[in-house]
Design a protein around this ligand. Structure first.
Ligand SMILES: [Zn+2]
Length: 306
């Protein structure tokens, strides 16, 4: 039931072109398209003259040069990181070395829960374990620049250290990979956790910002109702899982085949991890049973009296 989300895949910014999307907010697309990154990573430049960069992106020479070109004649004072995936944070070290800016974020990469015995972090290749912010931010911390102020909004779920940033005095929130107009994010244990992700969506619903600028693709307009549709989508996915378990499905590959009709084969593994994320949450809530800890090759069943 992914069609209940009003996705907006219109986004024709060519890589390398700087575009001002709001007074004092520019964006620049990196040329790293993929099924996970859509057209690529979007870096944001906030302010004029003395600026912040949000998510400098992957270690992509062309993009790093384009970012530095975009701020030529200005001073980069701050680098903000929404989360430590390789398409968002690795260029921070290079931009910091070139500009002297300090880095800000929720902390180094960490899993959402301890690894189970014999379990390897499955999306390991996508995580940036090098990045450590100069300044660790906590929820509601406000960082003030020359002509801007950004409020840290902890939004764990996609990763444990995911952080969105609200541009004070405006209706703008930089949502990273937590909320995106083109797709839902991957929520994959042990890096991510479904219960955290849902709580972070509910948290955004209580905020006033109405337009989100995400780490991939174009702006999320009418953000509160879009976030509601995200929540409805995950609840409906959860119902589908419970329904399939009640019909006799008992393992993750069977659930993925039954639920994700027409899935891009490159996304099968991610879909399996997303189902595992739901199952972890359902087991924790006592709605689904499994032997031992929820795992990718576990056998699952609905609680009898459910
Ligand atoms: Zn990510």
């Amino acid at each position: 039931m992914s069609d209940d989300i009003p996705f907006d895949k219109s986004f024709d910014l060519p890589p390398g072109r700087v575009e001002e999307v709001r007074p004092g907010v520019r964006r620049l697309l990196c040329n790293n398209p993929s099924p996970f990154t859509f057209k690529g990573t979007v870096s944001y430049i906030v302010g004029n003259g003395q600026v912040a960069i949000i998510d400098p992106g992957p270690l992509d020479e062309t993009h790093i040069v384009a970012l530095l070109d975009a701020v030529r004649g200005e001073t980069v004072t701050h680098l903000f990181i929404t989360h430590t995936h390789r398409d968002h944070s690795p260029a921070a070290a290079r931009i910091k070395a070139a500009t002297g800016a300090s880095t800000f974020g929720a902390g180094p990469h960490r899993p959402a829960r301890p690894l189970n015995v014999g379990e390897a972090p499955r999306l390991e290749a996508s995580s940036d374990h090098e990045f450590r912010p100069d300044i660790m931010l906590a929820d509601e911390d406000v960082v003030t620049g020359a002509d801007w102020a950004l409020e840290a909004v902890t939004t764990p779920g996609h990763t444990a250290n995911h952080m969105a940033f609200a541009l004070r005095g405006t209706d703008v929130l930089f949502s990273g990979d937590h909320v995106m107009a083109w797709s839902t994010p991957v929520v994959a244990p042990p890096d991510g956790a479904m219960s955290d992700y849902m709580a972070s969506l509910e948290k955004l619903l209580r905020r006033a910002e109405t337009i989100y600028f995400p780490g991939h693709g174009g702006a999320v307009r009418d953000a509160p109702s879009f976030v509601e549709s995200y929540i409805r989508h995950r609840r409906s996915r959860e119902q589908s899982i419970l329904h399939q378990l009640a019909k006799g499905a008992s393992d993750i590959p069977t659930l993925v085949r039954a639920i994700y009709i027409g899935l891009d084969p490159r996304l099968t593994r991610a879909a399996g991890l997303s189902v595992l994320a739901h199952l972890e949450d359902l087991v924790a809530r006592g709605l689904v049973l499994t032997d031992g800890l929820p795992s990718a090759d576990g056998v699952y069943r609905c609680r009898d009296d459910f």
